[in-house]
Design a binder for this molecule. Structure first.
Ligand SMILES: *Cc1c(COP(=O)(O)O)cnc(C)c1O
Length: 380
């Protein structure tokens, strides 16, 4: 095990160790920081998620699956440029949708046959374990521990953000392949700290250990998905467009369906995020084009899904807080024609969604506030 101070620090080490300029890294879907590290060292990511994963209304239980025929063909056509492949459990950017154990094993086996290093980003594995157990044929009678071992045992490298898997701080890279560990190891003192702590305090390492044991408890890991499902069902019953089936991580509002006529370049998911904050003080996370990075030639890369994620972390919210959110989302949905787009006033070149600043393209925010006051008065 190699310790790092965050999940993205693991991605840095893996990109440094296994990417050459011009390489391609296949994956079901990218994650922002994973992609930023890979492109920083001159390689590129290629997304091979099955078509169902990019359809917010497809009810397949495992929308994070790789498209296996496309994956095989892609590797055949580009084998020289591929050193490693990344499997993300619980696809962060496309609605927290799980990948099936069957699909993970199939992809790992393709990598083994081709001599490609298989890397599992297990940051969101916790919810994914719950979905495998409850949704996948043949897993109902297996323990979470057995499923975890089965999945992690079929890949070469597992890494994760311990803020999520582990519920503490830091990140870890795990492998039982000595050769691969040797290649990654030297970057720990370069970027993190000494090999035994990697930029973490000992108490964080102890907390991660407790968190990982907790992750084996079904009654603990089902809490997030059950809360998310409750809110998804309620919003769906109001006609609000949400990614379905309910996945992990949070509830994902489908901004493209809120604003079918808004130009894509005016960032519909960002606009919805601003509106939710105005209407309820609810801080969603844009998971659409603002969260993408521009192409190398500077052109905008439009996200295939324009989502606003309302994260529902376990042990944080009560049901009545979710009821409040449902009420405000419904109000925003009912008043969606008042909402307009955004444009950047300050656009950082790296991970622009963290520090970027945007402004409304018109005075729509004032109109929305006016309607809010008309409906709610000064009662708040
Ligand atoms: C959060 C996350 C990361 C990065 O982890 P940090 O600890 O925030 O750096 C990597 N991959 C996925 C899938 C994540 O959700």
């Amino acid at each position: 095990m190699l310790p790092a101070h965050q999940g993205r620090a693991c991605e840095n080490i893996i990109a440094e160790a296994f990417c050459r300029p011009g390489d391609l890294v296949p994956m079901n879907f990218h994650f922002t920081t994973a992609k930023a590290h890979i492109t920083r060292v001159g390689a590129d990511v290629v997304e091979l998620v099955a078509a169902k994963g990019l359809d917010a209304n497809n009810l397949d239980p495992f929308k994070g699956d790789f498209d296996i025929p496309r994956t095989k063909q892609f590797i055949k056509d580009h084998r020289e440029q591929i050193q490693w492949l990344r499997i993300e459990t619980g696809t962060n950017l496309i609605g927290g949708q799980p990948i099936s154990a069957h699909n993970i094993k199939e992809v790992a086996e393709i990598c083994r046959q081709e001599g490609i290093i298989s890397v599992l980003d297990a940051s969101l594995l916790q919810d994914n374990l719950h979905f495998i157990k409850t949704r996948e044929e043949g897993y109902k009678d297996k323990s979470i521990k057995e499923i975890m071992f089965e999945i992690c045992g079929c890949v070469d490298i597992v890494y994760f953000s311990a803020r999520k898997l582990g519920f503490a701080r830091g990140g870890c890279i795990c492998s039982n392949n000595e050769k691969l560990m040797l290649r990654m190891k030297e970057y720990v003192p370069l970027y993190e700290g000494f090999l035994t702590y990697g930029g973490m305090e000992v108490r964080s390492m102890e907390a991660i250990a407790v968190g990982l044991y907790e992750t084996l408890d079904e009654e603990y890991i089902n809490q997030g998905p059950m809360f998310i499902e409750h809110l998804v069902n309620e919003l769906h019953s109001y006609g609000v467009p949400v990614v379905r089936p309910a996945g992990g991580l949070g509830v994902h509002l489908n901004a493209s369906e809120f604003f079918p006529d808004m130009p894509h370049g005016e960032y519909p998911a960002g606009a919805l995020g601003a509106a939710m904050y105005i209407a309820g003080g609810i801080r969603g996370m844009e998971r659409g084009t603002i969260s993408e990075q521009r192409e190398r030639d500077g052109s905008e890369r439009y996200a295939p899904l324009e989502l606003l994620r309302l994260a529902v972390p376990r042990r944080v919210f009560t049901l009545s807080q979710l009821e409040y959110v449902a009420d405000r989302v419904k109000w925003v949905w009912d008043n969606r024609e008042l909402i307009g787009g955004l444009r950047f006033v300050e656009e950082p070149s790296v991970l622009r969604f963290f520090f970027g600043r945007l402004e409304p393209v018109s005075d729509w925010q004032q109109k929305l506030v006016k309607k809010f006051r008309a409906d709610f008065g000064d009662s708040l």
